[in-house]
Design a protein around this ligand. Sequence first.
Ligand code: FES
Length: 327
Amino acid sequence: MSFSLKFKGEKAIPVEKEQTILQASLAAGIPHYHACGGKGQCTTCRIMVLTGKEKLTPPTGNEQVIRNIKKFPANIRLACQTHVLEDGVEVQRLIRDETDRLIFVDGNVADTIGEIGERRKLALFFIDVRNFTPFLENNLPFDVIHLMRRILSIFKNAIVQYNGEIIDTAGDGLYAVFGLDSKIREAVDSAVLAGFKILEDLRIYNNTYVRPYFNHTFEVGIGVHAGNVVVGNVGIGLSHNLTVMGYPVNIAARLQAATKELNNNFVISALAYRLLKKPPYSLGCGHLNLRGVSSTYEVQLIGHPYLGTSNASSGKLLSGPPDQFLL
Ligand code: FES
């Protein structure tokens, strides 16, 4: 008995019931990589199942061991360990040449999340030091670097404590995500708790060290949003090369940038705010105009007004929504 199996971008081939997908593809002339000879050890025969994954045999013991180690998503299978049970399966070879093999197998890319890209719902967290430039201009390079390291370590400790992952750092800020190993509600909770921990730890650091020794007070702006993003590893030899992309990332970055105009150091999108199990007190909501979006975007102000502003110095809280502004 034979079934038809489609290789995307290549051809449809017949597969006998007793043949593995690898055996069938080789028999049909497809140059399918199989470095270990089909023993389920090298993973070079891996395929992505585009349709009909339920029409395949379950993973063998060998495949399951590798799946656990490599953390393969459900739609990645080893062709040498898999048989077809029905028509209607479409797959795609992932390793087609030596460059693919170097990227996916010889590198460490395979050990990390999103080797082939996944769409995930994540909490997105941007933070930036607001007033670092004046400090930088008025202090010794040693002190600048030393304090920057201390502040970034405050950021990192809080993010790690709440199971976040730092994706990128740029100058005096960074970008992290929460939810790689949890559901979105928990992820947003974690992002907000990490943000509050940073604000508190920074307050203590300012009071005990920065202000007494440097007559300066560091402030930060935090933006949090949640949404569907593409997560993948673009591994080009750099360590830790996880990339997270998508429009929600841009929104989170813009919320962080908007903290200054909204005069609040912690801005969260209304969408993410509604996901929180115990939403913190909000000083009010704001409405932002995002470029390319016709309706205004609602945010909640869950931090404090910046120091040095009239609101902050008088201890007066913002009572209503700030004016709209264009991001
Ligand atoms: S050929 Fe090596 S794992 Fe399939």
